[in-house]
Ligand binder design. Sequence first.
Ligand code: G6P
Length: 609
Amino acid sequence: MCGIIGYIGRRGAAEIVVRGLKRLEYRGYDSAGIALVDGGLFCLKKQGRIADLEDALDYASLERYRTGIGHTRWATHGAPSDRNAHPHLCCAGKIALVHNGIIENYASIKKTLLDKGHAILSETDTEVAVHLIEYYYANNTLIDAVMKALSKIEGTFGIAVVSSDEPDRIIAARRGSPLILGIGDDEMILASDASAIVEHTRRVIYLEDNEMLEITGSEYRGYDLEKNRKNKTVEAIDWDLALIEKQGYDHFMLKEIFEQPETIRNAFRGRTLPDSGAARLDGLRLSDEELNSIERIIFIACGTSWHAGLVGEYLIEQYARIPVEVEYASEFRYRRPILRKGDLVIVISQSGETADTLAALREAKARGVRVLGITNVVGSTIARESDGGVYIHAGPEIGVASTKAFTSQITVLILITLLLSRRRDMTAEKGRGIIEDLVRIPEYVRSILDADERVREIASIYRKSRNFLYLGRGIHFPVALEGALKLKEISYVHAEGYPAAEMKHGPIALIDENMPVVFIAPRDEVYDKIVSNMQEVKARNGHIIAIANEGDEEIRSLAEHVIYVPPTKKIVSPLLTVVPLQLLAYHIAVLRGCDVDRPRNLAKSVTVE
Ligand code: G6P
């Protein structure tokens, strides 16, 4: 949700800033812009993609600039346009600012600034910040002016500010929106996330909320917002650059779908205890007594991570017999949630930065409840603010539609289920059986991926359909929701996920000869019921696409198209059944000519509420 970048050092800033913006583009792609300073200031901004900005830049003429900032926007206040694009400049054209977040009191600040004679050109909330800095800059250094301006600002921000009067520094500050500083050899790269940094350096510092940095080419100084010095610890990132390249795949989403055999393995590697049939998750930081005294678990998340939470509810209630609730983060925090002693909150977030999830985490902590985080991004705000947690180790997920993170989240939820169940009623033998199935999952996923071409053929038959229904029961109901979400997100086709039996209470009215219905129907205890639901769809001339277990002749005779998955224990089955749905959404989107990795209106990391 908006990406910001800053570079200062020995090399030309323009190319490094634009390269960084390309890495951050998945965070937003409504417009992009760059500002460079030496004794003067150069600024260019364009509605559209980074490529449009780059086309308009003449790098040769910009070679001399050693300090620059850039921005890729996901519009909140003001439509995508050149005028609303960042960086925003002050009236004198000396100061440039990029911002990720929302300035909530911008309207009142704007009024004051207009009264003082400032010309505010855009419809954004951001622009007031640069004018406010300009106002204080008359009698202050840049860092002091930024600090004074921030003291008047309510809301969230990650900002980077440069001035042509002090071209040897970048000022950065954070409240609510992530910022990381990469420390290179006589150069510094500031960015919203590590993907823009790793090709330059692996040494980073993470800004905390209400912290600022004054950055020159060779050093940085950390402060709080009252200018007290803060010591920052340098940490190492262990990402491989190859992970953020497409490596021959047409899209990041496809690459990430195909990475799942490996990412699922990474999520359980070293965490199962095959002898005792249990799991080991040291990062939870829960004592035996604490683990035994959990009376209720509340999962909190958004989007795909929320669907993973629904799978978690099913797993933990079924196997560990602990009551579970699953909450949308945005709903949880605004309705005075009832939390009690014995509750454990688990927030799930791929990015670890989703604003609503973070706010819910803080709300739960403020009410004295222990909060664990299941996150992917190491060092993310949610990972750092949780009392404990588990990294899913899926590697960077760049495609806006989440795929490998979902299966890794479920893998971790299976491990948590094992850990809790084995302390309760589950026998070691049962636990061992589950681990045996889990270990086979990467191979099974690979076999499903081998059916990619067949899924593409099915996609080509239905690429013009305007509506889809996804039906599943029990543990596969959340999989139905996730399949429908994938299709909506990237192909802009209306799709609904429903518990299969609920179809009779409404969606059945939609079924006619134009409606494809995707059934998730492996053999489990509700298999017969779901076969009846298929009959109901068939009787109304709907088209059935089924995900079923290998060798299922009954479903073959009912469905027009069947995609087979190997039979497994129910607890691990969502790891398989979701894969064909990811491929189906992907191929339909490609066949419809959609921009799969950058679907319209979406952003990978939603850092505004
Ligand atoms: C956005 C993304 C989704 C993601 C959701 C939650 O909407 O487009 O793919 O599931 O945010 O993100 P998180 O990083 O908290 O899992």
